[in-house]
Design a protein around this ligand. Sequence first.
Ligand SMILES: Cc1ncc(C[n+]2csc(CCOP(=O)(O)OP(=O)(O)O)c2C)c(N)n1
Ligand SMILES: [Mg+2]
Length: 227
Amino acid sequence: MPSHLMATEGNFFSVPSPVGTNLPPLAVGSAYARRYRKLPGIVAATFGDGGASSTPDFHAAMNFASVYNLPVLFVCENNRWAISLPYEKQSKVEVWKKAEAYGMPGAKVDGNDFIRTYRVCREAVEYVRSGRGGPYLVEAVSYRMGPHSTSDDPSKYRDNAIEEGGSDQDPLVIAEKSLIALGYITKEKSEKLWEEAKKLVDSRFEELEKVPAPQSRGRSSMTSTRR
Ligand SMILES: Cc1ncc(C[n+]2csc(CCOP(=O)(O)OP(=O)(O)O)c2C)c(N)n1
Ligand SMILES: [Mg+2]
């Protein structure tokens, strides 16, 4: 599927489609394996509110990681919707608070704010790396402005998505404003970056539009494969 990308050279493992299944075996399991093999480093696992925090796998993973003091950073992107189901109908408790039940630290951050998220995650990574107490859970609060997928139509189950999320809550807009305010970039530099990024995306888009569609294997090859 288009979102199932891997980059083994950077130790980046794809998200699996059955939601939540990345947590116990892939995140916690590989953290256990790293320690067993005396490898350095930690495991970071990201997941959605509905995708994973509502599955039994989430609880099993938190418990196992905590009991075994494993180096895992759990990051839940809570964008308040699991396709058409609002978070209030998934759980009565905020995600980050569930950390306490498993004896690990938890923190909530405005996930639309890149700088705040970076700071909170850096602290969490330092904690996990130090090996003091095992895992850490971060809840990055956001808002899903668009549909879950191209086959989803949010107008069927919610109104005013943009007003609720607020276009001023766009992470790129917030990051731009903060970086300018903190003096890391100027308005001119930022405009130039937007322009360059747009050019890059447009040219890659044009290039990829020319790639031919994948060929169907056709009836005869299917038959021969089965035989
Ligand atoms: C184990 C499992 N159960 C059910 C589904 C069907 N399913 C696909 S996406 C989804 C909810 C995803 O929620 P979230 O991660 O919050 O995604 P968002 O709507 O924010 O894009 C569900 C239940 C699935 N993929 N895997
Ligand atoms: Mg969601």
